[in-house]
Design a protein. Structure first.
Length: 406
């Protein structure tokens, strides 16, 4: 069964080597006169990247102010600073130079700059954004897909909440994707980013209410490519072709393409991980790797056909060439092979030095922490999460416990 869908991707992508020099012309084409350049670590300055950005903007007579300091799991406190700067300086565009955390923070600033209230209202779902400043992106890490997506996730240190706001008005006006800008990433961050990319497609792929064949083929090709290139980058971090493939896969995995016609958008693993990273400030992709196998085993009975297809089409578990139309394949056999696919996926995570249990990721974690995370996840989500299988608070706790010390 093919489900109805809308597909909206207004972001202009400029892909390739030495494309940073185009930032001035791109910003100018969207009417920018003064921009806020938002970035994370000093690496953007030390590498010379920021000088290239500034020079290009100056060539088009675009003024700028700067705000650095974004950290993984971006903080609301810095978003407030950015909003104050944007309003005081009358900027008309936010330019994010960095990875997903920087882009998410830039989107939040873009919302808040056009809002008289507290931008956190949007993340608490007390209000919906009606307008935002345009956001431009210079991507330095493949992971979240925020450079083409409608989502922004922000952490509130005061309340220990990590919440998202999804709105099409936050989709970036343009994004520059230069694979060479990802060369300085540590191996751990590269691997965690690859996991995050896979998860964005997993969340749309493992469904129980219908799928579109063409979308499945696109998703499976993307997943195979990410797995293959992740391994290549583990062996040779300077493989620019592999970095380019990963960079493009990250954008496509979270712009809606891999969910068209599918009753997907489960995102239960993401919701569970948000509580983990809110509590322990772990790297998002690593947290997803630690949780996904347990979630998958918990829900496989609902859609064994999907896990069977994944096992044969993506993880190369040999049986029937992935043809699930054969009458002699029982659901028990599909589940058996699907479980092998889950195990193979966890073996892949291990091969790129990603964790597959909570204790491996956070050695200090206690059972009481699981109870607290399940409570918070349930409360924040209104009592249930998921689409493939609807999960209540006890289900959430069961998955955390399964993932505790596998």
């Amino acid at each position: 069964m093919i489900n109805n869908f809308n597909y909206y991707t207004p972001t202009k992508i400029v892909f390739g080597d030495n494309t940073v020099c185009k930032i001035g012309s791109l910003a100018s084409s969207f009417g920018a006169k003064k921009v806020l350049i938002h970035y994370g670590s000093p690496r953007a300055i030390k590498s010379g990247l920021m000088d290239s950005v500034k020079n290009s903007l100056e060539d088009f007579n675009i003024n700028y102010v700067l705000l650095g300091g974004v950290v993984p799991n971006p903080r609301l406190e810095l978003v407030y600073q950015g909003i104050d700067i944007a309003k005081k300086e009358n900027v008309d565009m936010i330019i994010a130079v960095g990875g997903g955390s920087v882009i998410d923070s830039a989107k939040a600033i873009a919302y808040g700059a056009k809002y008289d209230g507290d931008v956190w209202d949007f993340y608490l779902k007390k209000s919906s954004p009606k307008e935002a400043l345009p956001v431009g992106v210079i991507l330095t890490m493949a992971a979240t897909g925020s450079e083409m997506s409608n989502s922004s996730v922000i952490s509130n240190d005061e309340t220990k909440e990590k919440l998202g706001c999804n709105s099409d008005i936050s989709r970036p006006a343009f994004s520059i994707l230069d694979p060479s800008l990802t060369l300085t990433l540590p191996a751990y961050q590269t691997a965690a980013g690859c996991v995050d990319i896979l998860m964005h497609t997993f969340e749309r792929y493992f469904t129980s209410k219908g799928n579109m064949l063409l979308t499945d083929e696109i998703a499976e090709g993307l997943m195979r490519t990410v797995i293959d290139c992740s391994i290549k980058l583990k062996e040779n971090p300077k493989d620019l072709d592999a970095r380019g493939e990963i960079l493009w896969a990250g954008s496509l995995s979270h712009n809606g393409l891999t969910g068209c016609g599918n009753a997907g958008n489960d995102f239960a693993t993401h919701k569970l991980e948000h509580e983990l990273s809110a509590k322990f400030d772990v790297t998002h992709g690593a947290g997803l790797a630690a949780l996904w196998g347990s979630w998958a085993r918990y829900v496989i009975d609902i859609c064994p056909e999907r896990f069977y297809r994944f096992a044969t089409k993506v993880m190369n578990i040999s049986s029937y060439n992935g043809d699930i139309s054969k009458e002699d394949i029982s659901k028990e056999e599909m589940k058996k092979l699907g479980l092998l696919g889950i195990e193979a996926t966890e073996d892949f995570f291990k091969s790129i030095d990603m964790p597959t249990s909570l204790k491996e990721l956070v050695p200090s974690i206690k059972i009481g922490d699981l109870e607290d995370m399940a409570d918070r996840c349930s409360n924040i989500s209104g009592g249930h999460i998921g689409s493939c299988k609807i999960l209540g608070r006890e289900d959430m706790l069961s998955i955390y416990k399964m993932a505790f010390d596998r």
